[in-house]
Design a binder for this molecule. Structure first.
Ligand code: SAH
Length: 346
């Protein structure tokens, strides 16, 4: 059964119109769902009983069931959810000084086949609907209600390639961003893509205020192609010119994600080439310590090398940050989602 979270405000108004209801009912429903966080239609006490009965016939509210929850030493929490068709997805909650951050999954499996990533070990089975992505936020928000906290930041960086499920991901963002809903500020929402150029161009034209992060991981095509097959379809010059177009159309700072892989992309020459590639852009590099995955041979680069790489970038005129790890001990860190569950199932 479809979840009501799938409907953005306009779609909600349309749906209610087909049931002979006035448009203001949509805002009432939105308030129940996203302000009061109710999980049953029966609680919506200002809606007519007949409407509640109709809604119950066509929609569920929460499309996810919790299968397993693990809490790491740093309190990062990993949720394994089952969808209504039996597929499973993972979501991660991280506690930062700047607030509660949720990393959502956008697809069941992933087709991008990045060599270092554990999420893509399972090929894409299907896209998540926008409501299934919203459900991940609402499930966690419901838990945070107990401690009077709210989801402050959202990153679309779980399993899947968001720009391979563009419409649903953008619809999800508009639902959680809506003033009538959770009202999570656009600047607190980040979409990360491996570089699906046509969608980057579409995104640029939409003038969205969401943050855009690009998984770069190598400053030249020879290497990037080995790590990320998407580079064959959209090589670096094509990617960079789309990003320049984005920057010209939107006054937003871009993030480049760069995983440091020992002996692969962590040399001085790599840092210099990376700096040459992005110098002058309104952008910074987020250096990511690699979380090792059993199924491939990549290793984490040591802290000394990471700090040196950071220094070389800064010296060559490019701003960078070094990401800290979260939830490593429970396999919740980037790229490790779900793989362990699949292994234990097998
Ligand atoms: N498909 C999107 C979003 C999911 S991946 C993308 O490619 O951006 C989110 C980030 O985690 C990406 O930068 C990805 O390259 C990185 N990542 C994947 N596996 C990782 C691993 N094992 N260790 C650290 N980062 C990883």
């Amino acid at each position: 059964m479809r979840t009501i979270y799938d409907l953005n405000l306009k779609q909600m108004e349309e749906m209610l119109g087909t049931l002979g209801q006035k448009p203001y009912r949509a805002k009432q429903l939105y308030t129940w769902l996203y302000r009061k966080h109710v999980l049953s239609f029966d609680e919506m006490s200002d809606l007519p009983a007949a409407l509640i009965a109709q809604l119950k016939e066509s929609f569920c509210i929460m499309p996810l069931k919790l299968v397993e929850k693990q809490v790491a030493k740093d309190l990062t929490t990993k949720y394994l959810f089952e969808l209504t068709d039996g597929s499973t997805v993972e979501t991660v909650l991280m506690h930062f000084s700047f607030g509660e951050s949720v990393c959502v999954t956008s697809q069941v499996g992933c087709n991008m086949s990045c060599a270092f990533c554990a999420s893509g070990l399972l090929k894409k089975q299907r896209d998540l609907t926008s409501g299934e992505i919203t459900g991940q936020i609402m499930f966690i928000q419901k838990e945070l209600d107990e401690v009077e906290k709210r989801v402050d930041n959202v990153v679309v960086m779980g399993t899947g390639e968001p720009f391979d499920n563009y419409d649903n991901v953008l619809s999800f963002c508009s639902t959680i961003n809506s003033d009538h809903g959770l009202a999570i500020g656009a600047r607190h929402i980040t979409i990360s893509t491996c570089g699906v150029v046509p969608k980057i161009k579409e995104f640029a034209k939409g003038h969205y205020q969401y943050n855009l992060a690009i998984s770069l991981h190598a400053p030249y095509d020879e290497l990037r192609r080995q790590l990320m097959p998407i580079d064959q379809a959209y090589p670096l010059d094509v990617l960079m010119s789309a990003l320049k177009e984005y920057s010209e159309n939107n006054n937003r700072r871009l993030t480049f994600e760069y995983i440091l892989l020992k002996g692969v992309n962590d040399h001085d020459k790599d840092a210099i080439a990376l700096a040459d590639l992005i110098r002058g852009m309104n952008a910074y590099v987020n250096l990511i310590p690699y979380n090792e995955v059993d199924e491939n041979g990549f290793r984490t680069c040591d802290t000394k090398t990471a700090l040196h790489f950071y220094d070389v970038l800064m010296k060559h005129g490019v701003k960078a940050t070094l990401r800290t790890r979260h939830g490593e001990d429970i396999d919740a860190a980037c790229g490790q989602l779900r793989a362990r569950h699949e292994r234990t199932k097998a």
